[in-house]
Write a protein that binds this ligand. Structure first.
Ligand code: PLP
Length: 389
Protein backbone atom coordinates (compact mmCIF):
# COMPACT_ATOMS: atom_id res chain seq x y z
CA UNK A 1 0.00 0.00 0.00
CA UNK A 2 1.25 3.45 -0.90
CA UNK A 3 0.95 4.73 2.63
CA UNK A 4 3.50 2.09 3.71
CA UNK A 5 6.16 3.25 1.23
CA UNK A 6 7.53 5.58 3.85
CA UNK A 7 8.21 2.66 6.16
CA UNK A 8 9.84 0.42 3.56
CA UNK A 9 12.09 3.29 2.51
CA UNK A 10 13.14 3.87 6.11
CA UNK A 11 13.89 0.17 6.46
CA UNK A 12 15.92 0.19 3.26
CA UNK A 13 17.96 3.00 4.79
CA UNK A 14 18.61 0.89 7.88
CA UNK A 15 19.70 -2.04 5.70
CA UNK A 16 22.15 0.22 3.86
CA UNK A 17 23.70 1.33 7.12
CA UNK A 18 23.88 -2.24 8.40
CA UNK A 19 21.46 -1.28 11.17
CA UNK A 20 18.52 -3.45 10.13
CA UNK A 21 17.28 -5.58 13.01
CA UNK A 22 15.55 -8.93 12.70
CA UNK A 23 14.16 -11.40 15.18
CA UNK A 24 16.67 -14.24 15.17
CA UNK A 25 15.40 -17.77 14.70
CA UNK A 26 17.00 -19.96 17.27
CA UNK A 27 16.34 -22.84 19.61
CA UNK A 28 17.79 -23.45 23.05
CA UNK A 29 19.45 -26.44 24.57
CA UNK A 30 20.83 -25.81 28.04
CA UNK A 31 23.60 -23.25 27.78
CA UNK A 32 23.80 -23.74 24.00
CA UNK A 33 21.71 -22.36 21.22
CA UNK A 34 21.12 -23.73 17.73
CA UNK A 35 21.02 -21.19 14.94
CA UNK A 36 21.47 -21.54 11.17
CA UNK A 37 22.46 -25.19 11.62
CA UNK A 38 25.18 -24.36 14.15
CA UNK A 39 25.39 -25.14 17.85
CA UNK A 40 26.94 -22.34 19.87
CA UNK A 41 27.67 -21.57 23.50
CA UNK A 42 25.22 -18.82 24.43
CA UNK A 43 27.40 -15.87 25.49
CA UNK A 44 24.65 -13.29 25.02
CA UNK A 45 22.03 -14.14 27.60
CA UNK A 46 21.31 -12.57 30.99
CA UNK A 47 20.90 -15.90 32.74
CA UNK A 48 23.83 -15.04 34.99
CA UNK A 49 23.28 -17.71 37.64
CA UNK A 50 22.49 -20.40 35.07
CA UNK A 51 19.09 -21.03 36.65
CA UNK A 52 17.04 -20.81 33.45
CA UNK A 53 17.95 -24.36 32.45
CA UNK A 54 18.04 -25.90 35.88
CA UNK A 55 15.63 -28.81 35.49
CA UNK A 56 15.91 -29.90 39.14
CA UNK A 57 14.88 -26.45 40.30
CA UNK A 58 11.92 -26.35 37.96
CA UNK A 59 10.84 -29.83 39.12
CA UNK A 60 11.19 -28.84 42.78
CA UNK A 61 8.94 -25.87 42.07
CA UNK A 62 6.32 -27.95 40.28
CA UNK A 63 6.43 -30.65 42.96
CA UNK A 64 4.89 -28.15 45.40
CA UNK A 65 1.66 -28.54 43.49
CA UNK A 66 -0.33 -31.68 42.75
CA UNK A 67 -2.72 -31.16 39.84
CA UNK A 68 -3.67 -27.64 40.95
CA UNK A 69 -1.16 -25.18 39.46
CA UNK A 70 -1.51 -21.47 40.22
CA UNK A 71 -3.50 -19.62 37.59
CA UNK A 72 -1.92 -18.84 34.24
CA UNK A 73 -3.51 -15.42 34.12
CA UNK A 74 -4.47 -12.72 36.58
CA UNK A 75 -7.19 -11.44 34.22
CA UNK A 76 -6.92 -7.90 35.55
CA UNK A 77 -4.78 -5.08 36.85
CA UNK A 78 -3.82 -5.51 40.48
CA UNK A 79 -5.94 -2.51 41.41
CA UNK A 80 -9.07 -4.32 40.22
CA UNK A 81 -9.12 -8.09 40.70
CA UNK A 82 -5.62 -9.09 39.55
CA UNK A 83 -3.94 -9.03 42.95
CA UNK A 84 -3.47 -12.58 44.18
CA UNK A 85 -2.09 -13.54 47.63
CA UNK A 86 1.18 -14.72 46.04
CA UNK A 87 1.90 -11.10 45.05
CA UNK A 88 1.59 -9.93 48.63
CA UNK A 89 3.67 -12.86 49.89
CA UNK A 90 6.48 -12.04 47.51
CA UNK A 91 6.37 -8.36 48.42
CA UNK A 92 6.52 -9.21 52.11
CA UNK A 93 9.30 -11.72 51.54
CA UNK A 94 11.31 -9.12 49.63
CA UNK A 95 10.71 -6.24 52.02
CA UNK A 96 11.90 -8.48 54.87
CA UNK A 97 14.92 -9.77 52.96
CA UNK A 98 16.02 -6.24 52.10
CA UNK A 99 15.15 -4.97 55.58
CA UNK A 100 12.95 -2.21 54.21
CA UNK A 101 9.38 -1.13 54.85
CA UNK A 102 7.92 -2.31 51.59
CA UNK A 103 8.33 -3.77 48.13
CA UNK A 104 6.17 -3.44 45.04
CA UNK A 105 6.12 -5.76 42.02
CA UNK A 106 5.85 -4.82 38.36
CA UNK A 107 5.36 -6.71 35.12
CA UNK A 108 8.89 -6.00 33.91
CA UNK A 109 11.91 -3.81 34.48
CA UNK A 110 10.80 -1.78 31.52
CA UNK A 111 7.41 -1.16 33.15
CA UNK A 112 9.15 -0.20 36.40
CA UNK A 113 11.49 2.27 34.75
CA UNK A 114 8.92 3.94 32.53
CA UNK A 115 6.45 4.14 35.40
CA UNK A 116 8.20 5.12 38.61
CA UNK A 117 9.85 8.36 37.48
CA UNK A 118 6.75 9.81 35.79
CA UNK A 119 4.70 8.92 38.88
CA UNK A 120 7.07 10.64 41.31
CA UNK A 121 8.19 13.64 39.27
CA UNK A 122 6.35 16.93 38.87
CA UNK A 123 7.27 20.38 37.60
CA UNK A 124 9.30 21.04 40.74
CA UNK A 125 11.38 17.91 40.22
CA UNK A 126 14.76 17.61 38.53
CA UNK A 127 16.01 14.21 37.39
CA UNK A 128 19.78 13.79 37.15
CA UNK A 129 20.85 10.57 35.44
CA UNK A 130 24.15 8.87 34.66
CA UNK A 131 25.00 9.33 30.98
CA UNK A 132 24.88 5.56 30.36
CA UNK A 133 21.58 4.54 31.97
CA UNK A 134 19.40 2.00 30.18
CA UNK A 135 16.90 2.96 27.47
CA UNK A 136 13.98 2.14 29.78
CA UNK A 137 15.15 4.83 32.21
CA UNK A 138 15.57 7.32 29.39
CA UNK A 139 12.00 6.58 28.32
CA UNK A 140 10.83 7.03 31.91
CA UNK A 141 12.60 10.38 32.10
CA UNK A 142 10.97 11.48 28.85
CA UNK A 143 7.53 10.48 30.09
CA UNK A 144 8.16 12.34 33.34
CA UNK A 145 8.22 15.58 31.34
CA UNK A 146 10.22 17.34 34.02
CA UNK A 147 13.63 18.99 33.81
CA UNK A 148 16.47 16.57 33.54
CA UNK A 149 20.26 16.54 33.24
CA UNK A 150 22.84 13.85 32.67
CA UNK A 151 26.11 13.53 34.55
CA UNK A 152 29.21 12.06 32.93
CA UNK A 153 29.36 8.32 33.44
CA UNK A 154 30.26 7.47 37.06
CA UNK A 155 31.66 10.99 37.45
CA UNK A 156 30.39 11.95 40.89
CA UNK A 157 32.32 15.22 40.94
CA UNK A 158 30.24 16.25 37.95
CA UNK A 159 27.09 15.07 39.71
CA UNK A 160 28.05 17.02 42.86
CA UNK A 161 28.48 20.15 40.77
CA UNK A 162 25.00 19.76 39.31
CA UNK A 163 23.43 19.11 42.72
CA UNK A 164 25.11 22.12 44.33
CA UNK A 165 24.03 24.32 41.48
CA UNK A 166 20.43 23.10 41.25
CA UNK A 167 19.24 21.96 44.66
CA UNK A 168 17.75 25.32 45.57
CA UNK A 169 15.96 25.69 42.24
CA UNK A 170 13.91 22.49 42.59
CA UNK A 171 11.75 21.06 45.34
CA UNK A 172 13.14 17.59 44.71
CA UNK A 173 16.01 16.04 42.78
CA UNK A 174 16.06 12.36 41.83
CA UNK A 175 19.51 10.94 41.04
CA UNK A 176 19.28 7.90 38.76
CA UNK A 177 21.93 5.26 38.14
CA UNK A 178 22.42 1.59 37.44
CA UNK A 179 24.60 -0.45 39.76
CA UNK A 180 26.14 -2.64 37.04
CA UNK A 181 26.21 -1.01 33.62
CA UNK A 182 25.11 -3.18 30.77
CA UNK A 183 27.62 -2.34 28.03
CA UNK A 184 30.85 -1.82 30.00
CA UNK A 185 30.08 -4.14 32.91
CA UNK A 186 31.49 -1.53 35.28
CA UNK A 187 30.03 -0.70 38.68
CA UNK A 188 28.62 2.36 40.38
CA UNK A 189 29.99 3.37 43.76
CA UNK A 190 26.70 3.40 45.63
CA UNK A 191 28.23 4.50 48.92
CA UNK A 192 29.67 7.56 47.31
CA UNK A 193 26.27 8.35 45.85
CA UNK A 194 24.67 7.91 49.26
CA UNK A 195 27.21 10.24 50.89
CA UNK A 196 26.59 12.81 48.19
CA UNK A 197 22.82 12.56 48.44
CA UNK A 198 22.95 12.97 52.20
CA UNK A 199 24.51 16.41 51.84
CA UNK A 200 21.12 17.64 50.64
CA UNK A 201 17.69 17.36 52.19
CA UNK A 202 15.86 17.19 48.87
CA UNK A 203 17.76 14.57 46.88
CA UNK A 204 16.51 11.02 46.36
CA UNK A 205 18.51 8.10 44.96
CA UNK A 206 17.11 5.65 42.37
CA UNK A 207 19.29 2.61 41.61
CA UNK A 208 18.53 0.00 38.94
CA UNK A 209 20.09 -3.34 39.92
CA UNK A 210 18.93 -5.22 36.79
CA UNK A 211 22.36 -6.79 36.20
CA UNK A 212 23.28 -7.13 39.87
CA UNK A 213 20.32 -8.75 41.63
CA UNK A 214 21.18 -12.38 42.28
CA UNK A 215 24.82 -11.89 41.33
CA UNK A 216 26.21 -9.67 44.13
CA UNK A 217 25.88 -9.64 47.89
CA UNK A 218 26.15 -12.34 50.55
CA UNK A 219 22.59 -13.50 49.92
CA UNK A 220 22.34 -12.28 46.34
CA UNK A 221 20.41 -9.08 46.97
CA UNK A 222 22.63 -7.06 44.67
CA UNK A 223 25.41 -4.53 44.74
CA UNK A 224 23.63 -2.42 47.37
CA UNK A 225 23.88 -5.40 49.70
CA UNK A 226 27.55 -5.91 48.86
CA UNK A 227 28.27 -2.22 49.42
CA UNK A 228 26.06 -2.23 52.53
CA UNK A 229 23.82 0.70 51.69
CA UNK A 230 20.41 -0.87 51.01
CA UNK A 231 18.75 1.30 53.65
CA UNK A 232 19.98 4.57 52.18
CA UNK A 233 18.67 4.02 48.67
CA UNK A 234 15.24 5.56 48.22
CA UNK A 235 14.21 3.44 45.25
CA UNK A 236 16.05 0.16 44.77
CA UNK A 237 14.82 -1.39 41.53
CA UNK A 238 15.60 -4.73 39.94
CA UNK A 239 14.26 -7.21 37.43
CA UNK A 240 13.45 -10.92 37.67
CA UNK A 241 14.14 -11.60 34.01
CA UNK A 242 17.92 -11.85 34.28
CA UNK A 243 19.73 -13.76 37.05
CA UNK A 244 16.40 -14.72 38.63
CA UNK A 245 15.33 -16.67 35.57
CA UNK A 246 11.75 -15.43 35.72
CA UNK A 247 9.83 -12.35 34.61
CA UNK A 248 8.81 -9.18 36.37
CA UNK A 249 10.48 -6.52 38.47
CA UNK A 250 10.42 -4.86 41.88
CA UNK A 251 11.16 -1.75 43.82
CA UNK A 252 12.01 -1.78 47.52
CA UNK A 253 11.31 1.50 49.27
CA UNK A 254 9.49 3.17 52.15
CA UNK A 255 5.76 2.50 52.50
CA UNK A 256 4.84 6.08 51.59
CA UNK A 257 6.52 5.72 48.20
CA UNK A 258 4.84 2.38 47.58
CA UNK A 259 1.45 3.92 48.42
CA UNK A 260 2.22 6.83 46.13
CA UNK A 261 3.16 4.50 43.23
CA UNK A 262 0.01 2.43 43.73
CA UNK A 263 -1.96 5.65 43.32
CA UNK A 264 0.01 7.27 40.54
CA UNK A 265 1.96 4.77 38.47
CA UNK A 266 0.25 4.22 35.15
CA UNK A 267 1.99 0.98 34.01
CA UNK A 268 0.97 -0.53 37.35
CA UNK A 269 -2.60 0.76 37.28
CA UNK A 270 -3.40 0.19 33.61
CA UNK A 271 -1.78 -3.16 32.80
CA UNK A 272 -2.87 -6.72 33.60
CA UNK A 273 -0.81 -8.15 36.45
CA UNK A 274 1.59 -11.03 35.82
CA UNK A 275 0.11 -14.54 36.02
CA UNK A 276 0.13 -15.99 39.56
CA UNK A 277 2.10 -18.99 38.25
CA UNK A 278 4.87 -16.67 37.17
CA UNK A 279 4.87 -14.81 40.47
CA UNK A 280 4.93 -18.10 42.37
CA UNK A 281 8.03 -19.14 40.37
CA UNK A 282 9.71 -15.83 41.19
CA UNK A 283 8.78 -16.32 44.85
CA UNK A 284 10.33 -19.79 44.79
CA UNK A 285 13.54 -18.53 43.19
CA UNK A 286 13.83 -15.48 45.44
CA UNK A 287 13.46 -17.69 48.54
CA UNK A 288 16.31 -19.80 47.22
CA UNK A 289 18.53 -16.86 46.31
CA UNK A 290 20.75 -17.15 49.43
CA UNK A 291 21.60 -20.73 48.42
CA UNK A 292 23.23 -19.85 45.11
CA UNK A 293 26.55 -18.68 46.61
CA UNK A 294 28.43 -21.36 44.73
CA UNK A 295 27.03 -20.10 41.44
CA UNK A 296 27.94 -16.52 42.39
CA UNK A 297 31.47 -17.54 43.26
CA UNK A 298 31.95 -19.63 40.13
CA UNK A 299 30.62 -16.79 37.98
CA UNK A 300 33.01 -14.33 39.64
CA UNK A 301 35.95 -16.67 38.96
CA UNK A 302 35.00 -17.23 35.32
CA UNK A 303 34.58 -13.46 34.86
CA UNK A 304 37.92 -12.59 36.50
CA UNK A 305 39.63 -15.11 34.27
CA UNK A 306 38.07 -13.89 31.01
CA UNK A 307 38.75 -10.23 31.81
CA UNK A 308 42.39 -10.97 32.62
CA UNK A 309 42.87 -13.01 29.47
CA UNK A 310 41.39 -10.34 27.21
CA UNK A 311 43.68 -7.72 28.74
CA UNK A 312 46.66 -10.08 28.44
CA UNK A 313 45.96 -10.98 24.79
CA UNK A 314 45.00 -7.58 23.42
CA UNK A 315 46.36 -5.02 25.88
CA UNK A 316 43.00 -3.20 25.80
CA UNK A 317 41.23 -1.19 28.49
CA UNK A 318 38.88 -3.32 30.53
CA UNK A 319 36.20 -1.23 32.25
CA UNK A 320 34.34 -4.30 33.48
CA UNK A 321 34.34 -5.60 37.04
CA UNK A 322 31.46 -7.97 36.42
CA UNK A 323 30.29 -10.95 34.37
CA UNK A 324 29.55 -8.61 31.47
CA UNK A 325 32.90 -8.61 29.70
CA UNK A 326 33.47 -6.34 26.71
CA UNK A 327 36.37 -6.77 24.32
CA UNK A 328 36.64 -3.25 22.92
CA UNK A 329 38.18 -3.31 19.44
CA UNK A 330 37.09 0.19 18.43
CA UNK A 331 36.66 -0.41 14.71
CA UNK A 332 33.15 -1.38 13.55
CA UNK A 333 34.16 -3.65 10.71
CA UNK A 334 36.74 -5.62 12.70
CA UNK A 335 34.25 -6.09 15.49
CA UNK A 336 31.53 -7.45 13.22
CA UNK A 337 34.03 -9.75 11.53
CA UNK A 338 35.44 -11.16 14.75
CA UNK A 339 31.95 -11.79 16.12
CA UNK A 340 31.12 -13.72 12.95
CA UNK A 341 34.29 -15.77 13.23
CA UNK A 342 33.62 -16.54 16.89
CA UNK A 343 30.12 -17.67 15.98
CA UNK A 344 31.61 -19.93 13.31
CA UNK A 345 33.76 -21.44 16.05
CA UNK A 346 30.74 -22.05 18.29
CA UNK A 347 30.59 -18.97 20.53
CA UNK A 348 27.39 -17.00 20.21
CA UNK A 349 28.51 -13.48 21.02
CA UNK A 350 27.33 -10.26 19.42
CA UNK A 351 29.03 -7.13 18.11
CA UNK A 352 27.87 -3.92 19.79
CA UNK A 353 28.31 -0.77 17.72
CA UNK A 354 27.35 2.88 17.79
CA UNK A 355 24.80 4.26 18.50
CA UNK A 356 24.40 1.66 21.26
CA UNK A 357 27.94 2.52 22.44
CA UNK A 358 30.03 5.67 21.77
CA UNK A 359 31.82 6.11 18.42
CA UNK A 360 35.15 4.31 18.30
CA UNK A 361 34.26 1.82 21.05
CA UNK A 362 32.70 -1.00 19.05
CA UNK A 363 33.04 -4.16 21.01
CA UNK A 364 32.17 -7.77 21.43
CA UNK A 365 30.14 -8.23 24.56
CA UNK A 366 30.60 -11.53 26.37
CA UNK A 367 27.97 -12.25 28.94
CA UNK A 368 28.96 -15.08 31.28
CA UNK A 369 26.76 -17.50 33.15
CA UNK A 370 27.38 -19.72 36.16
CA UNK A 371 26.44 -22.80 34.16
CA UNK A 372 29.49 -22.31 31.93
CA UNK A 373 32.60 -24.33 32.74
CA UNK A 374 36.21 -23.21 32.85
CA UNK A 375 36.72 -25.32 29.72
CA UNK A 376 34.04 -23.27 27.97
CA UNK A 377 35.88 -20.06 28.74
CA UNK A 378 39.42 -21.32 28.10
CA UNK A 379 38.09 -22.60 24.76
CA UNK A 380 36.87 -19.12 23.92
CA UNK A 381 40.19 -17.57 24.95
CA UNK A 382 42.12 -20.05 22.79
CA UNK A 383 39.86 -19.22 19.89
CA UNK A 384 40.34 -15.45 20.38
CA UNK A 385 44.08 -15.96 20.45
CA UNK A 386 44.08 -17.98 17.21
CA UNK A 387 41.75 -15.63 15.36
CA UNK A 388 43.84 -12.59 16.20
CA UNK A 389 47.25 -14.23 15.63
C1 PLP B 1 17.12 -5.43 31.18
C2 PLP B 1 17.06 -4.13 31.86
C3 PLP B 1 15.84 -3.53 32.15
C4 PLP B 1 14.53 -4.09 31.67
O1 PLP B 1 14.11 -5.14 32.45
P1 PLP B 1 13.04 -6.15 31.83
O2 PLP B 1 12.53 -6.91 32.99
O3 PLP B 1 13.77 -6.98 30.84
O4 PLP B 1 11.99 -5.33 31.17
C5 PLP B 1 15.86 -2.36 32.88
N1 PLP B 1 17.01 -1.80 33.28
C6 PLP B 1 18.20 -2.33 32.98
C7 PLP B 1 19.45 -1.66 33.43
C8 PLP B 1 18.27 -3.50 32.24
O5 PLP B 1 19.44 -4.03 31.92
Amino acid sequence: MAIYNHFSQQLAGLREQNQFRQLPQLTHQGRFIHKDGKTMLNMSSNDYLGLANNAALRQAFLNQYQDQLPSLTSSSSRLLTGSFPIYDSLETLMANAFGRESALLFNSGYHANIGILPALADKQTLIVADKLVHASLIDGIRLAQCDFLRFRHNDYAHLAQILHKKHRTFARIIVVTESVFSMDGDLADLNQLVVLKQQFDNVMLYVDEAHAIGVYGATGLGLAQQQQCIEQIDLLVGTFGKALASMGAYVVCDQVLKDYLVNKMRPLIFSTALPPLNVAWTHFLFENLPHFSQQRQHLAQLSDYLRQQIVRLFNVTMPSESCIVPYILGDNQNTVQLAQQLQQQGYYCLPIRPPTVPQGTSRIRFSLSADMTFDDVTGLVGCLQELSA
